[in-house]
Design a protein around this ligand. Structure first.
Ligand code: NAP
Length: 398
């Protein structure tokens, strides 16, 4: 019988045989990619003795048309109550109301990890020579740094007030025609993010976690993030992990936690990608890194994502691209991003067998050059298929 996923007192997800999972179809191309992804997810689940009771909830344009609200309270409640859900892309409403529906969901459920695995699938066109060397999982902090959204517009009374305060109290001489942004990075926010990355690395037998920061310039935010990370390793993980500072890069049989400055990281993920594995980073660095890395594996159209709170168990998995309105309803675009987000969700709830099955079938489909338009235009000898046909081809190969 269908039932809700829950969290046990000791922090372990309890997944019933037939979990109820809320989904948001998504605006624009959501009508194409979600049914395609669902077809594959259901077939893979069934093959491995699982089954999902999908529960549609509304957000975005569809919600606005039916309820007059962009993000109805019922939808937030459904995600809160069922812990795990998945969503297609949503239009960002222009002018007033909610800044972004995605950001709103992340904030309301305190989804502090933006999880972005980046790997190459055989056959996917890539701009680099060895995309197969990229296999990283990015843990991007999702609630503070620039995402805290603390900004004052240049020339406003509030900006003037703050500039005056900073001059009087700290002697900071800031140009009077400046806009001001405040960037908080806390011990709480940093440690819970880095803890999640280390636990993930241990669970998935990854070899290292790299703390990516800009601590050479911003010592008390970015630099502190690095320092708190190393403290955490010493305080909570000393039996299974060790910081570079404490082992000189020789971790023996423990997980190595190291650090790298953000600008150098952007070079090295390109020149020496096999030296990076799990990455834990602050919000803005993570933003740049996730998209740069996705491009490196040719995966901007198929990059998956998840927003997770590992303490409460909440997770919203989502397509990382937008609604691509010009293609909406044409059964044309690549369903890979939302499908692989579903794979990430299956892994998260412990259905590794079904997740692995989808990845294998997807790889085989692309290797056979059966692809949607976006890959077809970059591949020689490809057979271009529709969104739904691509999904059917993956199902055939499960
Ligand atoms: P977009 O929807 O991501 O589309 C940009 C381009 O990316 C498309 O024109 C297309 O490239 C390619 N693309 C997107 N989805 C694809 C898919 N499934 N398969 C293959 N190619 C795909 O970005 P946008 O046009 O800037 O944004 C449109 C709307 O989406 C806005 O309202 C924005 O706020 C929203 N948005 C939502 C999310 C989210 O919900 N997570 C994220 C970003 C943006 P080609 O034209 O080259 O074929």
């Amino acid at each position: 019988m269908a039932d809700k996923i829950s969290m046990s007192a000791d922090g372990v997800l309890q997944v019933p045989a037939e979990p109820i999972i809320p989904f948001i179809e998504g605006d624009g191309t959501g009508v194409d990619i979600w049914p395609a992804a669902r077809l594959v997810l259901d077939a893979a689940a069934l093959k491995h003795g699982h089954s999902v009771a999908w529960k549609e909830v509304l957000a975005g344009e569809k919600a606005f048309k039916e309820t007059g609200e962009w993000l109805p309270a019922e939808t937030v409640e459904a995600f809160r109550d069922h812990l795990i859900g998945i969503k297609g892309p949503l239009t960002t409403p222009i002018g007033g109301g909610i800044r972004s529906l995605n950001v709103a969901l992340r904030q309301i459920l305190d989804l502090y990890v933006c999880l972005r695995p980046v790997r190459w699938f055989e056959g996917v066109p890539s701009p680099v020579r060895h995309p197969e060397k990229v296999d990283m999982v990015i843990f991007r902090e999702n609630t503070e740094d620039v995402y805290a959204g603390l900004e004052l517009q240049e020339g406003t009374e509030d900006a003037k007030k703050l500039l005056e305060f900073l001059r009087e109290s700290f002697g900071w001489q800031i140009r009077p025609d400046s806009g001001i942004g405040v960037k908080p990075v806390s011990i709480t926010g940093s440690k819970r993010l880095i803890r999640a990355a280390i636990e993930y690395a241990l669970k998935h037998r990854r070899k290292s976690v790299t703390l990516v920061h800009k601590g050479n310039i911003q010592k008390y935010t970015e630099g502190a993030f690095r320092g708190w990370g190393y403290d955490l390793v010493r305080d909570e993980f000393s039996d299974v992990a060790v910081g570079w500072e404490d082992c000189g890069g020789e971790p023996a049989d423990k997980l190595l936690v190291k650090d790298a400055i953000a600008d150098i990281t952007l070079q090295q993920v390109l020149t020496r990608p096999d030296e990076f594995d799990v990455i834990a980073t602050t919000n803005l660095n993570g933003d740049y890194l996730s998209d740069a890395l996705a491009a490196q594996v040719g995966g901007i159209g198929i990059a998956p994502g998840g927003n997770v709170n590992y303490v409460t168990g909440h997770g919203v998995f989502e397509a990382t691209h937008g609604t691509a309105p010009k293609y909406a309803g044409q059964d044309k675009v690549n369903p890979g991003s939302v499908l692989l987000s579903g794979v990430l969700m299956f892994e998260h709830i412990g259905w590794q067998d079904a997740a692995d099955g989808i990845v294998r079938a997807l790889e085989q489909t692309i290797a056979e050059k059966i692809v949607t338009y976006d890959f077809a235009r970059l591949m020689e000898g490809a057979r271009q298929v529709r969104c739904s046909e691509f999904a059917a081809a993956v199902v055939d190969r499960l």
